[in-house]
Structure formats: structure tokens, C-alpha cells
Design a protein around this ligand. Structure first.
Ligand SMILES: *Cc1c(COP(=O)(O)O)cnc(C)c1O
Length: 406
């Protein structure tokens, strides 16, 4: 492994994202199999890693896509995800996004407010189509995760209450231009406990039953994403138990179960490679300064998230160090108090569990080009995104007329 990492760094330079496509396959199969003979759709949450090669790989496995912008819908279609497996979610869709999604005839628009439903109805009417919709219900369940990635409580901006959902379904059922076929919830991310998921399922399943009683037949039961992964020493949910918990709440209902995993599929399918620039000691604090930074991997800075970090092929007594990048922010770190051996210029550090919400959250802050991305499939490496150059970064500024500034 470490020899391969050295070779990859020589070939592609750093900072670098590397993804294990065989692991993505395994994660997908595991989840798909967990639902066994039941009708199910694994709609990959594109926002976790939206590289076209990643989506194409999942498309080939038969996955659907959960998208949160029309850009993601375009990526999914371009990568070969079938349109009838694409869901468009998100609290703030623009008119032109709604229009395009309806024209593309994707599986579902997932709605998050009554006002949004009115817009969708209006646009569907303009186009003379019937919009297949689902409604995101906020079951007011505490997912017991980080507040930034908790979404299923009323204090969060997502979804609508059970009462408003019911009202919306009744309105939608009456409309010529809306076809309410789905129900959706997503209570949070990095979930490590089953109880909140089961509770949410039970609450939403009751709503499905009460809708059925008034002639509104729901076909797609979308449990969102959020299945947690091991970053450190978390005890996580097994797919089989996850499926069992969900199915236990759906007795007597004939539904297609949709899940929207992102992190589960990608986090431990990816690593981030960075090289040591310098070591320094301030007072009694040891810093390892590397060429990767918060613009490449934001999770530590944004959520104080932990990523395991290790040095490649280095011996020596370990002592705690903060691994920091070159960005001009004190919040720019990849890890704090990480036990590391003495390091030298050009030594390589592996940042683990970086496949989800790594590259997709990266930016050009400090005019740093985004990292390159590489896929490993059956022991072979493939470049799937070139390293961003300075010219790439300034292209849109250079394209503007600056004669007014002379
Ligand atoms: C972010 C998101 C997901 C994916 O969450 P993970 O924790 O990565 O599985 C799924 N569905 C919706 C609606 C989301 O916003």
C-alpha cells in the first residue's frame, strides 16, 4: 500500500485525492443486498462526491442519484444514471431548475415547502406536464449527530411538519399538474444509531397510512441518507440492521424503498494525500505544515471533524502535532494532536476517510488550484480530474472586458 502511494504521488503530485472504485462497488452491493427481495432504489447522494467517473461507476452498477441542484442532475444524466432513477431535492430550487427537471422527466421533485409546491405546479402547467413529486417531511426526531449535519428537527430549515405535509398532499392530489407519489425524510448525516431512523420511519409510515385512507397512494418511501461511517472508533450501523429497522416499520405497505447514501458509499473509499513542507515548533507546540489545506479538505475546519492521518514509510518515536496547511487562517488544519514520527520535507501523509465531502467542498481560497483526483480500479490507476491550473482559475475573469479600467 505505502509503495503504491509513493508511486501515485510521483505520478500525479500532491495534494491528491485517490478513490478505491472496488470499495464503492462493495458498499453499493452491500446496501442493495440489505433490502433483499424488496423493491428498492439506492439513489447515490451526488453532493458527497460528484466526480463524473464516480457517478458513472455507480450508474453502471444500477444506482440512482439524489441531486440537490440542477447541476447535479446534469452530472447524473451525463454520467448515465437513468432519468427514472433521479431525484431532485433541496430547500431552494430556482424556477429554471424546476423547469429543466420537469423537462428531463426525472423520477421525482422532492418538495420542501408549500410555496415551492405552488411554483412547481405553475411551471408544470406552463409546460403542460404532470410533475411527480415527493414531500420532505420533518419528523422532528433528534438524530444524535453533529448540529451542523442534523436536519430532522423543527429548528432546522429542512422539510415541512407532518400537518403541513398532509395539507400539501391533499392539495397536490386535487391538482391536474401534480402527482404526489413519494414521501421523503432525511434526519441527518453520520448517523450511528438506529433508534432515530426507526422512529422517523414509524412516524412517516403512519402518515403514509393516513394518506392511503383518503385515497392518496404513496409509491416511493424515501428514507434519505445519513448512514454513518468509521472515521475514528465509531460503532456504526450495519446495512442489514438498517434495512431491517426500516422494514419493521413498513408492515402491510407496498412501497419502493429509496435510500440516498453519500458518505456511506464514499467516505472510506477515498484518501487524501499531502506532502510535508516543513516542521516547526512554537513554544512547546509542534506543527507539521503540509501542501494540502482547508480549501482542499474543509471538514476539519468546518465541523472540527476527525480524520485519521498517518505518515507513509516513516519510523521513529511519535509525538503529537497539528497538521496544518498554508492557508492564511488559524482554522486551517487537517488534524490536531496527531501522533506522528519526525518528518522531513516531501514526506507523504495519508488523510483517511476523505472520499465524501472532501473534493466537493473544496474551493480556490488563497488562489489555490483544486487537487487532482485519481481512481483505482482492479489495481490500476486512472486520472479522473486534472489538477486545476492558475489559468483555469482566472479564465472567467480574463473573459471579461476590462477596457473600462484603463
Ligand atoms: C446530504 C443528503 C444526503 C446524503 O447524506 P449522507 O450523510 O452523505 O448519506 C441524502 N439525502 C439528502 C436529502 C441530503 O441532503
Amino acid at each position: 500500500m505505502s509503495l503504491e502511494i509513493k508511486k501515485l504521488v510521483e505520478k500525479y503530485q500532491t495534494p491528491l485525492y485517490v478513490y478505491d472504485f472496488n470499495n464503492i462497488t462493495n458498499r453499493y452491493e452491500e446496501l442493495k443486498e440489505a433490502f433483499g427481495g424488496k423493491k428498492s432504489l439506492v439513489a447515490y447522494a451526488v453532493k458527497s462526491n460528484s466526480n463524473l467517473a464516480v457517478i458513472r461507476h455507480l450508474a453502471n452498477l444500477g444506482a440512482g442519484a439524489d441531486c440537490v441542484s440542477i447541476g447535479e442532475v446534469r452530472r447524473a444524466l451525463k454520467a448515465g444514471i437513468k432519468k427514472y432513477k433521479i431525484i431532485f431535492s433541496g430547500v431552494g430550487k430556482r424556477d429554471e431548475e424546476i423547469r429543466e427537471a420537469l423537462q428531463e422527466d426525472i423520477l421525482l421533485l422532492n418538495l420542501e415547502s408549500e410555496a415551492e409546491m405552488k411554483r412547481v405546479e405553475m411551471i408544470a402547467k406552463e409546460l403542460g406536464v404532470e410533475a411527480r413529486i415527493s414531500i420532505r417531511v420533518n419528523p422532528n426526531v433528534d438524530p444524535k449527530t453533529h448540529p451542523y449535519i442534523s436536519t430532522g428537527l423543527h429548528e432546522n430549515k429542512f422539510g415541512v411538519s407532518l400537518d403541513s405535509a398532509k395539507r400539501m398532499y391533499i392539495l397536490a392530489k386535487k391538482s391536474e399538474y401534480l402527482n404526489p407519489v413519494g414521501i421523503h425524510f432525511h434526519i441527518g448525516s453520520q448517523l450511528t444509531e438506529l433508534a432515530p431512523i426507526e422512529e422517523a420511519c414509524g412516524i412517516v409510515a403512519d402518515l403514509v397510512r393516513s394518506l392511503d385512507a383518503i385515497g392518496i397512494e404513496i409509491k416511493f418511501f424515501d428514507v434519505g441518507g445519513g448512514v454513518g461511517v468509521v472515521y475514528d472508533d465509531e460503532v456504526t450501523i450495519r446495512p442489514a440492521d438498517y434495512a431491517r429497522a426500516i422494514l419493521s416499520q413498513l408492515k402491510g405497505l407496498d412501497l419502493t424503498i429509496v435510500s440516498e447514501p453519500g458518505r456511506y458509499m464514499m467516505a472510506n473509499s477515498g484518501i487524501f494525500l499531502t506532502r510535508v513542507l516543513y516542521e516547526k515548533v512554537n513554544g512547546n507546540k509542534r506543527f507539521v505544515i503540509v501542501d494540502g489545506a482547508m480549501n482542499d479538505l474543509l471538514r476539519p475546519s468546518l465541523y472540527n471533524a476527525y480524520h485519521r492521518i498517518e505518515a507513509v514509510q516513516k519510523e521513529g518515536e511519535k509525538s503529537p502535532a497539528d497538521v496544518v496547511g498554508p492557508v492564511c487562517e488559524s482554522g486551517d488544519f487537517l488534524g490536531k494532536d496527531i501522533p506522528l514520527p519526525p518528518l522531513e520535507h516531501n514526506d507523504i501523509l495519508v488523510v483517511h476517510s476523505a472520499g465524501a465531502y472532501g473534493f466537493t467542498m473544496s474551493s480556490n481560497y488563497n488562489t489555490r488550484g483544486r487537487a487532482a483526483e485519481v481512481a483505482i480500479l482492479d489495481g490500476k490507476d486512472y486520472l479522473i480530474r486534472e489538477r486545476e491550473s492558475f489559468d483555469d482559475q482566472i479564465r472567467l475573469e480574463e473573459a471579461c472586458d476590462i477596457s473600462w479600467q484603463k
